[in-house]
Every structure is written in C-alpha cells, then in structure tokens.
Design a protein around this ligand. Sequence first.
Ligand code: HPA
Length: 291
Amino acid sequence: MTYFDQVTEAAAFLRERIRGNLGDQVPRIGIVLGSGLGAAADAIADPAIIPYAEIPHFPQSTVEGHSGRIVAGLLGGAPCVIMQGRVHFYEGYSPSQVTFPLRVLGALGLRAVVLTNAAGGIQDGYRIGQLVAVADHINLMGFNPLNGPNEPRFAFQPNAGLRFFDMTEAYSKRLRSLAKAAAEAEGFSLEEGVYLAVPGPSFETPAEIRAFRSLGATLVGMSTVPETIVARHMGLEVLGISCVTNLAAGLSAKLLSHQEVFEAGRQVEHRLARLLERLIPQIAAVLEPKP
Ligand code: HPA
C-alpha cells in the first residue's frame, strides 16, 4: 500500500467517526496541540474522541505530555479537528511518519491548521508563559519532509501538490492578524517571532543559541516546521503559535528540563484554550466555502 493510500484510508476512517458526531457540519480547521498544551480540546462539548491507536497507519506518540488522540467537535461554535499530541523526529519517526497526521488532515478537506508548540525563547524580553505568533521559520532539522518523488495527489486544495512551491508567506498573514486581534480581546498582546527548528532531543548549547540568535531566530523548538512544509504543499493556510516554556540555553541561570517545559505549558494552556475558542470561529468565517 502506498503512503498516499495509507493517508486516504486513515482519512476515510476519521471522516466516518467525525460524521457520527458533527453530522453535516464539515470541519475546515485543524489544531495541533503541543507539549502540555492540550486544554483547548477540553473546551469542546460532546467531542468525538479517537485515540491515535485506533486510526489506521497513525503514528503513536511516545512523549510524556502528548496524549495522542483526535478530538473533533465544535470549538467556539465552529467545527474543528484537534490533534492532542504529535509525534516528533527525535522519537525515531521518519519525516514522512512525522507528517502523516498533517497529510490526513489535508485529506479530510481542511483549509487551515493552527500548529502550536512549546519553544525556548531566544529574544531578550520574552517571558516564560508568553504566547508568540510564528511569522516565519528557519529549518535546521536537517531534512525536508518532501524529499523524494513528488506526489501531486496531495493537491487537496487548488494550486497545490507542486514539486517546487513558494514559502514567502508560509505562515498566513491574515490568520496572524486575526490571532493578534483575538489576543488583544483576551487582554494580552501576541508578538511575532521566528521559529528555528532543531532535531533534538538534546536541548541546545549556549553557543548554538548565540548562533541561532545571530541567524534571526527568536524561538527554538523540535516540531512544527515539517508540519508547516507539508501543510503548504497541500495548499493549507498555517497559523503557528509558540508558547515560550523556558528561556533558551545560556540565557538564564537555570538548566533546561522537560519537566520545566511541560509545567510551563500547563500554566499557559488555559490562556491558549481561551484564545483558540475566540479565534477559531473567526478563522472559519474567512475560509472560503468549498467550491
Ligand atoms: N529548545 C528546544 N526545544 C524546546 C525548548 C528549547 O529550549 N523548549 C521547548 N521546546
């Protein structure tokens, strides 16, 4: 069975389960919730809950703090599909396995994805627990998930599925504006940052962080970038939101630990959940109806 057929099979399975819950309301937005950031899924009343283990071909998360299930239903009144937990390259998954879930979201007919993550803050002035909208990224993961023959059938949206495609606006400006306005309404401001992706799992050295800062990065993390690349390949709009869970290596006296990252996530996940509950219906309103 080809990779594309596996994606199609997983999507068909999910579509059925989601239809059982949402009926004719077709979700147009997907959300991926990162480390310790799962609370937004709890804001869905009467959700359809589908553990990754039940979905054909779906990779299983092995990291503590990533619960590994899909939660579908209405968030702020808008139908959406939430991935509570993701898989990472550092877990030993291949680039195509890491991005399999995004391919499935694309096959479901989603138009936009909100990719959230825990990140180390590089820019001076970032505070722990701060949310930052990703305006651009730098891929230092050492791979591109589109390496290999192009699969044009991944053109789930118009003008997509191309071998070479533009990444000038990888992160949608209009979705970022909506996110900023929604944050203001929630009483906080959402700055913009540049997310630099590393493979992990070790945290960075202080010298690496100094190097990344001079490259223009303001955030560092171990996810999101492969997902953004495949989402753009399929023609989906992307909104990236990072939660600064720690100051990056060498920028504070504290040593880094997963525990710290996870706990900082837990402290901000409710603010992120409120932001998403306000934002998702506004995003749904600007996405075009299916042709
Ligand atoms: N570095 C890399 N990934 C991370 C960090 C960090 O400091 N914090 C959360 N994810």
